[in-house]
Design a protein around this ligand. Structure first.
Ligand code: FAD
Length: 318
């Protein structure tokens, strides 16, 4: 079922959902199930599965030439989605990227999803690969998420890349896109970012999921600005509980979001990461309660591969 239908059916009640990461190459799907199992108590209508590009290093050969080698990969987004739908009978939502895909790869990926009965996707540009400063699209790929949304929307209208194909099956994907309450790092302003977010919605996106934030006022202000800009689709808040002291630097650096001063002070006071985890849980519970009071359609948690803290938070809220 589509995310938008789940929202309609809930009649204003906030629902629980979360995102998981595929395990690193060579690891077992069992660890994923062990993380998902306890969270099923809170009846998530959907579970997101992220997509990760390969990461490369360039290794110098004896002849002086450089060889591109894949060093890290989290494969299995599609397989994990199929396994989740089969095991838990809930919707699994794969993330799909512009990065690393040309249009043909994208079409084939979407055909596989369609065959598997997956009818939601989150369409993203992806970040630049680690060895590059700026994002580069594949030859014959998409430079922005809006172009990916347009390709998905075209397939939803039965238009495939090869327009000589006859009797094409019409897909019916419900498309989610990313939104940034504290603006995307490359956007010159929040207004410009919202301008391009609106383009994604006009191209066919049916809902927005936000980047994590730790100050609800940032989310409320963002939703307000989006509404004023004419974006009317649901805007699902994404939440991540702080879990280690290292994240004080890592989260602002990697995700370009600010941490509120009171949260920083609490984390600095902690003697070990067990205490930080507890601070993170309490902060996230307070955020979640306020968002529920505000009537958000979903609370969408970033589990980052470990679910014990999400379980504790959800137990308080749902
Ligand atoms: P876009 O919407 O394309 O925007 C990128 C930037 O370009 C923005 O600054 C925007 O303002 C600007 N822009 C957009 N369109 C135009 C245009 N036509 N002309 C000029 N400027 C434009 N990454 C992964 O690798 N895997 C994942 O699974 C994943 N999941 C995510 C889930 C969520 C909810 C979020 C918030 C992010 C996720 N990311 C993931 C990270 C995401 O890929 C990066 O943040 C990426 O840098 C931007 O993706 P986007 O889809 O927002 O890009």
């Amino acid at each position: 079922m589509k995310v938008t239908e789940h929202i309609k059916q809930s009649k204003g009640k906030t629902q629980f959902s979360f995102e998981i990461l595929p395990p690193l190459k060579g690891q077992n799907i069992q660890t994923i199930f062990e993380n998902i199992d306890p969270l099923m108590e809170f009846k998530p209508p959907f579970i997101d599965v992220t997509y990760h590009r390969e990461e490369y290093i360039y290794k110098e050969l004896p002849n002086g030439l450089l060889e591109k080698q894949v060093v890290r990969k989290r494969p299995g987004t599609v397989g994990i989605c199929a396994a989740i739908q089969n095991k838990y009978k809930v919707d699994a939502i794969p993330h799909i990227l512009c990065g690393g895909f040309d249009k043909e790869d994208t079409e084939n990926f979407l055909i596989d999803l369609h065959f598997l009965g997956i009818d939601n996707v989150v369409a993203l540009r992806g970040d630049a690969v680690k060895s590059e400063t700026y994002f580069t699209a594949e030859p014959n790929g998409h430079a922005y998420a809006v172009d990916l949304v347009k390709q998905i929307d075209a397939m939803n209208h039965g238009q495939y890349l090869d327009d000589s194909i006859e009797n094409t099956a019409t897909t019916d994907f419900c498309v989610g896109v990313a939104g940034y309450p504290e603006k995307h790092m490359e956007a010159p302003s929040l207004e410009s970012d919202i301008h391009f977010l609106k383009k994604k919605v006009e191209a066919g996106a049916s809902y927005v999921v936000t980047q994590m934030f730790f100050d609800n006022q940032k989310y409320f202000a963002f939703v307000d600005k989006c509404r004023k800009a004419g974006i009317e689709v649901p805007i699902i808040p994404g939440l991540k509980p702080m879990a280690t002291a290292k994240q004080l630097n890592l989260i602002p650096h990697r995700f370009h979001v600010d941490l509120p001063e009171p949260l920083i002070k609490e984390v600095i006071k902690c003697r070990d990461n067990k205490q930080v985890r507890q601070v993170g849980i309490e902060w996230c519970i307070a955020q979640s309660n306020e968002l529920v009071e505000h009537g958000v359609p979903f609370l969408h948690y970033y589990s980052m591969g470990k679910s014990d803290n999400i379980y504790t938070i959800a137990k308080e809220i749902f």
